[in-house]
Design a protein around this ligand. Structure first.
Ligand SMILES: C[S@@+](CC[C@H](N)C(=O)[O-])C[C@H]1O[C@@H](n2cnc3c(N)ncnc32)[C@H](O)[C@@H]1O
Length: 353
C-alpha cells in the first residue's frame, strides 16, 4: 500500500474512473505498466491465448469485410489493446494466404501500456505493422477497428440515485487504506447521464466516460473513411442494477481494494449502452450476439474438425477443450458478446444475420 498513497494528493479523493486509470496505468504503480498478465503464468487468459483458431476466425471475417468493401487497394486495420500480440501474430500469418488483401492492408496497433508495447514489438517484426498514439494519421481507404477485451479494460464511473438525487463514487486514501465514498454529482455529469435513455430509472449507474472518449475519435474515422468496428468482450445486455467491477489475480477473484497495482480490475461491458452511443454518433449497429453464435456462424466448428484431422487422441482432446471454452454457453460462449458498428453506407453483416 506504500506506493498507492503517491497517486492521491494529500487528503484528496478522486473519482472512481480516475482512480482506476491510475491503478491500471500510472507509470510507477500501474498494473499494465509492469505486469504481463496473460496466460497460465499470469492473471488471466483471453481468447487469442486459448486458440489460434479464434484469431483465424476474425481474420476470415476481415477478409470478407474487405471483399464487401470492393477490395480497396488501401485498407487500414487497427487493433485496440493488442495485449501480448498473440492475435496480431496469427492475423498476419492468416492474411498472407490472401495476397491481394495482404498487399493492401496497413496494420496499426493502439496500445497504452509501455511494457506491453515492448512485448508486442519483439513478437511482431513486420513492416506491415506500426504503433499509433491516436487515429489522426489514418487517411485514404476504409478502416476497420477491432478490440478483444478492450472495452472492459477502460475505467468506468459509478453513480447511485437516491430519491432522484445523483451521487458519484470517489476513492479516498485514509489511515493507510483505500475507501470509497459517494459525493453529490455535478450538474454537467448528471446531464451526460440523462442523454442516455438506458441509464434512466436505474439505482446504480455505470458510465464508461473513458470508453466513450476513446470511441469518439474512432466513430469520426469510420464516418469519414467508411468501414466499421468490431468489439468482443464480457458483458450484458440488460443491467442488473449492480456494481460490475471485478478484480482478478493469478486466475482467482481478488477483493478489489487489495493488491492494488498487482491485480487487474475490469467491469462488465453494457452492450446496449454502447449500442445507444453508436446510434447517437450516427453509425449503424448490428444486433449484439453471443461469442458462441458469432464464432459458429463463421465456421469455427468446421475449422476445428479440419485442424484435428492429423492429431492423436491427446492433442484432439486438448483442441476440443479449447473449442468448448470459447463456444460453450456455460463458459465464454454466452458471457462474451460481440458488437459490430459500421458506416451508414456499409451493408456488411457477416455472422450477424
Ligand atoms: C484485457 S487486455 C486484452 C488484450 C488482448 N486484446 C487480448 O485479447 O489478449 C486489454 C488491453 O488493452 C490495453 N488498453 C487498455 N486501455 C487502453 C487505452 N486507453 N488505449 C490503448 N490500449 C489500452 C491494455 O494495455 C491491454 O493491452
Amino acid at each position: 500500500m506504500k506506493k498507492i498513497d503517491k497517486i492521491f494528493s494529500k487528503g484528496k479523493s478522486m473519482s472512481l474512473d480516475e482512480y482506476l486509470e491510475k491503478v491500471l496505468y500510472d507509470k510507477n504503480i500501474g498494473y499494465y505498466q509492469k505486469k504481463d498478465p496473460f496466460g497460465v503464468g499470469g492473471d488471466y487468459i483471453t481468447a487469442p491465448n486459448i486458440s489460434n483458431i479464434f484469431c483465424e476466425m476474425i481474420a476470415i471475417w476481415l477478409v470478407s469485410f474487405w471483399e464487401n468493401l470492393k477490395k480497396p487497394k488501401k485498407f487500414h486495420f487497427v487493433e485496440l489493446g493488442p495485449g501480448n500480440g498473440d492475435f496480431c501474430l496469427i492475423l498476419l500469418k492468416t492474411l498472407k494466404k490472401f495476397p491481394e488483401l495482404y498487399n493492401s492492408i496497413n496494420i496499426m496497433l493502439y496500445e497504452k501500456s509501455e511494457k506491453l508495447k515492448i512485448t508486442q514489438k519483439k513478437k511482431l517484426r513486420s513492416k506491415k505493422i506500426s504503433w499509433i498514439k491516436n487515429f489522426s494519421n489514418i487517411k485514404n481507404g476504409p478502416v476497420v477497428f477491432f478490440g478483444n477485451e478492450f472495452l472492459d479494460a477502460l475505467p468506468i464511473k459509478q453513480f447511485k440515485k437516491v430519491n432522484n438525487l445523483v451521487f458519484e463514487k470517489y476513492a479516498v486514501f485514509k489511515k493507510n487504506k483505500i475507501n470509497f465514498t459517494f459525493k453529490k454529482a455535478i450538474k454537467k455529469q448528471i446531464k451526460k447521464l440523462e442523454y442516455y435513455k438506458l441509464l434512466q430509472n436505474k439505482g446504480i449507474i455505470e458510465y464508461p466516460e473513458y470508453g466513450f472518449k476513446e470511441l469518439d475519435a474512432i466513430c469520426v474515422k469510420i464516418k469519414e473513411l467508411n468501414g466499421g468496428a468490431l468489439f468482443i468482450d464480457y458483458g450484458y445486455n440488460e443491467s442488473k442494477n449492480i456494481s460490475t467491477l471485478q478484480s482478478v489475480m493469478n486466475h482467482k477473484f481478488n477483493k478489489f481494494t487489495k493488491n492494488v497495482g498487482e491485480a487487474d480490475i475490469t467491469s462488465l461491458v453494457n452492450f446496449e449502452l454502447y449500442k445507444e452511443y453508436f446510434f447517437h454518433k450516427g453509425l449503424i449497429v448490428e444486433n449484439v450476439i453471443s461469442q458462441s453464435k458469432f464464432l459458429q456462424r463463421l465456421g469455427i466448428v468446421q475449422r476445428f474438425k479440419i485442424a484435428s484431422n492429423n492429431m492423436n487422441d491427446k492433442e484432439k482432446s486438448d483442441l476440443y477443450s479449447r473449442l468448448k471454452r470459447l463456444v460453450d454457453p456455460s463458459m465464454m460462449g454466452e458471457n462474451f458478446k460481440v458488437i459490430f458498428t459500421k458506416n451508414k453506407k456499409c451493408d456488411f453483416s457477416l455472422a450477424f444475420k
